[in-house]
Write a protein that binds this ligand. Structure first.
Ligand SMILES: [Zn+2]
Length: 430
């Protein structure tokens, strides 16, 4: 059976074309289990717990979060970029947030495409997402971290989550869903850790060119469904075909299907393990179809996801995470720091933006751009560590100098902004 599963996974890799969805979660999970039998056992036990809770919630002997309680998940988006194009805009991030909330609340406009045979099974999960409003230190935040990396791309092996490997560290994964957005190797669109995995790498990873919706992301993965799918894994869902031929996803109301579907199939797609003439639920977010084809979670999937938040279960800590509520934050928001603005005495990457030097400084800093960008008509602001803006001005020359002589010693964040685009760097005043 194991050999069969391995063959199946290999088939997925080799059959995939550029326009076919590739999710790295199953391979990642199998590697993790092989390296950490303890996690495998913990997950198997959790499976029992989820299964029993799920049955309970669907009418056998209930235990869930409060009925219809909306569960809020604060997101922190780590933009780990090498090229300027990978440093996606705040608007692109907002489009992803909107897509997630539409999909998880069954407010997606394309739900009208769900075949009548399956429409009654579609669910509002009562799970919602926000960009974190409070950082782990209790301060206001945008929920977005931008970090330059020297890495051209990452494979689905967690390098983007570790500074020493060119990535950015997770925020407390008991309170935040960490999402890393970066350039992925080969055709992998994304992958997720599973509940109960290692805390420092807990979260999902999405390729920068399929994160969000609209014209800035590539078709046919341009409706934000890669994140919808991967967060489904983060919430304990399996692929709808159970990652085996005619396998099971441990959800009762998703029909058994022989294999994954891709592209945009026509209803009904019946195989020899379909339970009836309705065939596969290929429009489910946990299949491999195109973004424009998938449009639903089921009631059973909803219960399986929500079961994770029950008392004693693996995501229960999120019921005590209040990072979606900005009124509870202390102090002002600090701009996210791009380490693209590197120290002057280190080698600079090509065509990658901002250079601020010297750093540390006693008097002031020079601001220059690498490559085709320049300072002209950009705004420069300097923030102290509690988020107060202590200087702001307009840049008019290609090379600029900002005097910091009247600022006291300490750490500052310098931000260069034009419209919604901005770069930031941390500066030490001596
Ligand atoms: Zn997947």
């Amino acid at each position: 059976m194991k050999a069969l599963l391995g063959l199946f996974i290999l088939m997925q890799i080799f059959i995939a074309t550029n326009a076919q969805r590739v999710c790295g979660t199953e391979i990642y999970t199998q590697k993790l289990f092989a390296a950490n039998p303890v996690i495998k056992n913990a997950w198997n036990n959790a499976e029992v717990q989820i299964a029993s809770t799920t049955k309970a919630a669907t009418g056998f002997a209930a235990r869930d979060t409060a009925a219809n309680e909306i569960i809020y998940i604060p997101l922190v988006i780590h933009i780990v970029y090498n090229k300027v194009i990978e440093n996606i805009s705040d608007a692109q991030i907002q489009s992803q947030l909107a897509a997630l909330n539409n999909d998880y609340s069954y407010s997606n406009i394309d739900k009208i495409n769900i075949p009548a045979a399956f429409a009654s099974l579609a669910a509002d999960t009562r799970i919602r997402f926000c960009l974190a409003q409070i950082d782990p230190q209790g301060k206001k935040t945008s929920g977005i971290v931008r970090k330059y990396t020297v890495k051209d791309y990452f494979s689905p092996e967690d390098g983007m989550k570790i500074s020493a490997q060119g990535g950015d560290e997770a925020w407390d994964s008991k309170r935040y869903l960490n999402i890393w957005v970066c350039n992925m190797a080969s055709r992998t669109l994304g992958y997720s850790s599973l509940p109960g995995g290692l805390a420092n790498v807990d979260g999902v990873v999405i390729a920068y060119d399929v994160f969000g919706s609209g014209e800035h992301v590539r078709a046919p993965f341009n409706k934000g469904r890669t994140a919808t799918h991967e967060i489904g894994h983060w919430l304990g869902l399996k692929h709808i075909w159970g990652d085996a031929i005619c396998g099971t996803d441990l959800v009762e109301d998703t029909p058994t299907q022989q294999y994954y579907n891709y592209g945009s199939p026509t209803f009904p797609h019946v195989t020899n393990c379909s339970p009836n003439s309705n065939g596969d639920m290929f429009m489910n977010f946990m299949d491999f179809t195109n973004d424009g084809c998938m449009n639903m979670f089921t009631i059973g999937q909803k219960q399986r996801m929500r079961a994770l938040f029950a008392k004693g279960n693996l995501r229960n800590s999120f019921l005590l995470s209040f990072a979606c509520d900005s009124t509870l934050a202390q102090g002002s928001a600090l701009p996210a720091v791009d380490t693209i603005a590197v120290l002057s005495n280190k080698p600079l990457p090509q065509n990658t933006g901002l250079k601020v030097y010297p750093n540390p400084t006693q008097a002031g800093v020079n601001i220059e751009y690498i490559g085709t960008l320049n300072n002209i008509s950009k705004t420069v602001s300097i923030f102290n560590v509690v988020g107060n803006c202590v200087y702001t001005g307009k840049l008019t020359k290609e090379k600029a100098y900002v005097n910091m002589a009247n600022l006291s010693k300490g750490i500052y964040i310098i931000q260069i902004k034009e419209g919604s685009n901005r770069l930031t760097a941390k500066i030490i005043k001596e």
